[in-house]
Design a protein around this ligand. Structure first.
Ligand code: PLP
Length: 430
């Protein structure tokens, strides 16, 4: 075993000498689906006015129909990115400007910027230390009489605690949106993550489990919310203006967020790859967990009861007091052994100047200026102890979605961890 030999960081040979093989995310069948659209010479069939094609062409409708059957929901609304999806989801709620929307700080910035885009106020709540998803107890503490909705990410591959969040929503009459960009196919108590909220949705960008280059799909069981999202993605005001049955102009300030026919065809084809993709990532992650979980001072990914995990990120915490080294040293040592795709910390988007200094429209602090001064001040001082500590000192993630690790590759990852743990005393001296 090389695991007792000299660390690569200190001049020894690395456990992993050659980088792991890249995996191909597009299959021949996905490429054939795209070519079929190209050969049809119709790359989009949307029309931004009333009529048959207001809801898109053949492939857009095909994708949405397959998607809603797969995820067992009433409505699927495709868009050109999941950022666009968050924008139509929040817009569809029709909330009064200046209303507060509770959101996690451990997510991609779009989860919160799309709140600001509607002149709503993102209020950040802390996360659960074990799952990195919103902590419902902290969410409830941050509710005020201005709160109208919660946007809850299903981060790294598993669902948030939706039952608890829904109870809070019932108690305070709030809407719930799930950002399931990272967790398509993950289940909670048998249902798909993202499908138990008022609106959920998925990203189809290149870096996610399945993709069409760019793209996204929002899902809901509410006919009213589905209609509003369809209007928002395609210049809804023209239809509302023409159609006497649609008098509700409220919140319908539309955009062009339409997904093309090529991307729709690829996305529909990629959906048949989802089970395989998450199975292989789950298998690799479970193997790694079984091989490294006994090392002292490491906390491998925890799965919340009722969940299964699709491992977009393999997220770990460490007790660095116990290890006697800091995070930067640990990551440098693992990297030197050849462990790829690690990130120190994740996100703390509440500390971005956009939110913490309320620096929105070139210095005009809309929508924050809709709040009483005291509340603005309070929000600028938001403290999230768990999010901050994990980001600053305790968390290391491996971008697990970037590859499909073979059993041999996982064995060598685990060997790198064991080698570093066997040499902690040497790392304490540098
Ligand atoms: C990727 C991602 C998004 C944005 O999706 P796009 O399709 O890239 O716009 C939003 N939220 C989370 C948590 C994500 O991981």
């Amino acid at each position: 075993m090389s695991s007792t030999k000299k660390l690569a960081l200190l001049g020894g040979n690395p456990v992993i000498n050659t980088p792991f093989e890249e995996y191909e995310s597009l299959r021949d069948s996905d490429i054939a689906a795209a070519l079929e659209v190209l050969n049809s010479k119709i790359l989009s069939e949307y029309i931004g006015s009333s009529g048959n094609y207001f809801l898109g062409g053949r492939r857009v409708k095909g994708l949405e129909s397959t998607w809603k059957q797969y995820f067992k929901v009433e409505y699927a609304v495709s868009i050109n990115s999941w950022t666009s999806g968050l924008w139509i989801a929040i817009g569809a709620l029709g909330l009064e400007p200046g209303s507060e929307v509770i959101v996690s700080s451990w997510t991609m910035a779009a989860t919160a910027t799309t709140i600001l885009h509607w002149n709503l106020i993102p209020v950040f709540a802390d996360i659960d230390i074990a799952t990195f998803n919103l902590n419902p107890v902290d969410v409830e503490h941050r509710i005020t009489n201005r709160t109208r909705a919660i946007v809850s990410p299903d981060i790294f591959g598993q669902s948030a605690d939706i039952e608890s969040l829904k109870k809070i929503c019932e108690r305070y009459d709030l809407k719930l949106i799930s950002d399931t960009a990272q967790s398509p196919g993950a289940k909670r108590h048998g249902y798909f993550a993202g499908t138990a909220s008022d609106i959920g949705g998925f990203s189809l960008n290149y870096h996610k489990h399945i993709h069409s280059g760019e793209g996204g799909v929002a899902v809901t069981n509410s006919p009213e919310l589905a209609l509003r999202m369809q209007l928002l993605r395609n210049h809804g005001e023209v239809v509302v203006g023409q159609n006497r049955e649609l008098k509700d102009q409220f919140g319908i300030m539309g955009m062009n967020l339409r997904l093309g026919e090529i991307e729709s065809a690829i996305a529909e084809s990629q959906l048949t790859a989802l089970t395989d993709a998450i199975e292989s990532r789950r298998r690799g992650a479970q193997l790694l967990t079984s091989l490294i979980s006994e090392l002292p001072g490491i906390f491998v990914p925890e799965i919340s009861p009722g969940n299964d995990h699709v491992y977009y990120v393999y997220g770990m915490r460490f007790d660095f007091h116990k290890l006697g080294i800091n995070r930067a040293t640990l990551v440098r040592a693992l990297k030197a052994e050849g462990v790829p795709a690690m990130q120190e910390g994740y996100q703390n988007i509440h500390s971005l100047p956009l939110f913490s200094e309320q620096l929105t429209f070139r210095g005009n602090p809309l929508p924050y200026s809709l709040l009483p001064r005291k509340r603005r001040h309070e929000l600028s001082k938001t403290v999230l102890p768990i999010s901050e500590k994990l980001h600053q000192t305790d968390f290391v993630g491996i971008n697990w979605c970037a590859k499909r690790y073979t059993d041999n590759e996982v064995q060598s990852l685990a060997e790198a961890f064991h080698k570093v743990w066997n040499n902690l005393n040497h790392l304490r001296e540098i």
